[in-house]
Ligand binder design. Structure first.
Ligand SMILES: Nc1ncnc2c1ncn2[C@@H]1O[C@H](COP(=O)(O)OP(=O)(O)OP(=O)(O)O)[C@@H](O)[C@H]1O
Length: 619
């Protein structure tokens, strides 16, 4: 395990030099109700019913700039749901109002809002520094220089006590890297970098020792004191941590039980008859109450305790809170126009995003792209097929055609299955980064296409160099280049199909299954296996990648006037174009076949792009 240094501390204001004026946010949530439809399945799967479940049952509250709000409650009480709703990331039926300075969450706010999810979504092969520097380069505005952005990243590393592991890789399930707590701090650092005016954190201290948790909360408290608004869910804070929060919201099964100052919570519950009998950590006491557990033996059983507390909230707190909200709303109306849209949609230009994403992508995936296993696999297949077809002769035309069709098939399946993983593997990262308005989809998409291109093209080229001459095909530069172009087009189209399937389905199992069905269909319809196809199904070849590739590969070797020795008597020659397997597909229409493949190269990628547009969109 890598241990990080906690000793280097730089006060927050030293690096948050680009604090922007008038970016404070008053967060208000008024009577928030969230309902979902769930399917209940009976034991015998006969009674599948769809029913409504109310997750949030009228939550009201307000957080001012400079304040930290903690949402407390037992597991399943709705904390994450409320946080997600407030962060503008929740789809479905949400009633009530969630506003910032009186306005709903907007796309413009994305860039100025930080959201730390419960699970850390980070690239496993990047180091701590690389992770934060790339984020800084993408998220910080161009009003500061590249060097300053890097300095900000370094300062956040110090602030979060990550100096000693700054050059360690993040790691993942199968790759040992920094510890879970350090990973959490990197996720928090990514959001702190932008000095957001609104910061949401889902259980930022879970899994951390209390000293580290305290350090993180102090850092966040510093941030709040700089007029930022911080909202977090937290599981069971120690009393030290509890008193760091300015406001506390206690939830129980989606009901609010308390909203107000943390320091006044115990007083409130005492006033309605629920006081701890022994000195207790306030959060333990509040969680007991939210679970219906009262220390006073005279109290009713759990359901009754909860019910009493819900009613007490309605009678004592609800109206007071509404009045407070109204007061602030009136103030907001006076201030209308004061908070203009200071932020453009993006922090950086298209090219900056493209080049940072390209560098980051190449770094993160170099192990995968240049994997010895993958290169070895292609080399072995190339050499084996080269040996099997060693110096094949024109008189063995069937063998030569078989080889061409094998090439079309192998270089259809291989890139297809490589590309299918691209977007499902990136889904979580894409959701996280797009939801925070980090970059345009087009710059991300292009960076992925370009980053993958070298390996996508190099491997089939090596394959062609090895097998072409071993198998004794026409040894002229023109013939070889023709073959290579056909092969590379095949690779690009099949890769595009993989990208589209992955992006549309976002499910590896479904995408690989459908991918193999489609590719097999394309191979069967390619014209090699079956030559007498009924008219009602013969159109299928026009959709087949293998058909066009096979046609082009044959065109690269044979022309209509070519002849081959077609009998044991070598002086007897037949026309190549009349050979049944060639005649069926035909040597004509070469430019059209190439055009069809070029259209597919673009079309499949367009489908993938459109499918990705739904990811990370603010609902
Ligand atoms: N899409 C959904 N489908 C089914 N149930 C859901 C869905 N979203 C939320 N829930 C349910 O809503 C309730 C609240 O969930 P939420 O994740 O907000 O709780 P939580 O308080 O954050 O819990 P934890 O502390 O365990 O993270 C849970 O009972 C959960 O099962």
């Amino acid at each position: 395990m890598t241990h990080c240094d906690d000793s280097v501390l730089i006060p927050l204001h030293v690096f948050l030099v680009f604090t922007l004026k008038n970016l404070w946010q008053i967060a208000q949530f008024d009577d928030v109700v969230y309902t979902i439809k769930i399917k209940t399945v009976g034991l015998l799967k006969k009674n599948i019913k769809s029913e409504e479940k109310v997750i949030l049952k009228g939550i009201t509250g307000m957080v001012q700039p400079g304040e930290m709000l903690a949402m407390l409650g037992p597991s399943g009480s709705g904390k994450t749901t409320l946080l997600t709703a407030m962060g503008g990331r929740l789809g479905g039926r949400l009633n009530g109002y969630i506003t910032y300075n009186g306005k709903p969450f907007s796309n413009h706010m994305k860039r100025n809002t930080g959201f730390v999810t419960q699970d850390d979504v980070l690239y496993p092969h990047l180091t701590v520094t690389e992770t934060l520097v790339f984020t800084a380069l993408l998220r910080l505005p161009n009003s500061i220089t590249k060097e300053e952005k890097i300095m900000h990243a370094e300062a956040v590393i110090s602030q979060l006590g990550l100096v000693k592991c700054k050059n360690s890789i993040i790691g993942g399930p199968l790759l040992r890297g920094v510890s879970g707590g350090e990973r959490k701090r990197v996720s928090i650092g990514q959001e702190m970098l932008i000095n957001p005016s609104l910061l949401f954190l889902d259980e930022p201290t879970s899994g951390l020792d209390s000293t580290t948790a305290q350090r993180i909360l102090s850092t966040l408290s510093d941030l709040a004191n700089g007029e930022r608004t911080i909202i977090m869910t937290i599981h069971q804070p120690s009393s030290r941590l509890f008193y760091m929060f300015h406001k506390v919201l206690l939830l129980s099964e989606g009901n609010p039980l308390y909203f107000g100052k943390g320091s006044e919570a115990m007083e409130y519950f005492s006033s309605i008859g629920y006081a701890p009998t022994v000195a207790m950590n306030p959060s333990d006491f509040l969680l007991d109450l939210a679970n219906g557990v009262s220390t006073d033996e005279s109290h009713e059983h759990q359901a009754m305790v909860k019910q009493t507390l819900v009613s007490a909230y309605k009678n004592n707190l609800a109206d007071k809170l509404k009045a407070e909200l109204q007061e602030v709303n009136d103030f907001n109306q006076i201030q209308e126009g004061f908070q203009d849209k200071q932020f453009g949609r993006w922090a950086t230009t298209w090219w900056q995003q493209f080049s940072v994403l390209l560098r980051r992508g190449l770094k993160e995936r170099k192990h995968d792209s240049f994997s010895g296993l993958k290169i070895g696999q292609v080399l072995v297949i190339a050499i084996i097929s080269g040996l099997l077809w060693w110096k094949s002769k024109l008189s063995h035309l069937q063998d030569q055609i078989g080889f061409l069709f094998f090439v079309a098939g192998f270089w259809g399946f291989f890139p297809l299955f490589e590309a299918i993983f691209t977007f499902p593997d990136e889904l979580m990262m894409l959701e996280k980064e797009r939801a925070s308005g980090m970059y345009r989809l087009s710059s991300y998409f292009m960076s992925r296409m370009v980053a993958d291109l070298p390996m996508e093209l190099v491997l089939p080229t090596i394959f062609a160099f090895i097998t072409y001459f071993m198998a004794g095909f026409k040894a002229t530069a023109a013939n070889f280049v023709y073959t290579l172009i056909a092969l590379l087009l095949n690779v690009l189209v099949s890769g595009g199909l993989g990208l589209a399937l992955g992006a549309v389905l976002m499910d590896l199992k479904a995408a690989t299954t459908l991918g193999s069905v489609l590719m097999l269909t394309f191979l069967l319809a390619g014209g090699y296996y079956v030559q007498h196809v009924q008219p009602f199904i013969s159109w299928i070849k026009y959709l087949s990648i293998s058909h066009y590739t096979y046609k082009l590969l044959m065109g690269s070797q044979y022309s209509p006037q070519d002849v081959y020795p077609c009998a044991t008597n070598v002086s007897h020659f037949c026309s190549v174009a009349e050979f049944p397997a060639i005649k069926q597909v035909g040597l004509d229409g070469q430019p059209l076949a190439a055009l069809a493949l070029v259209i597919m190269v673009v079309a499949y990628r367009l489908i993938a792009y459109v499918a990705l547009m739904r990811i990370g969109v603010t609902k």
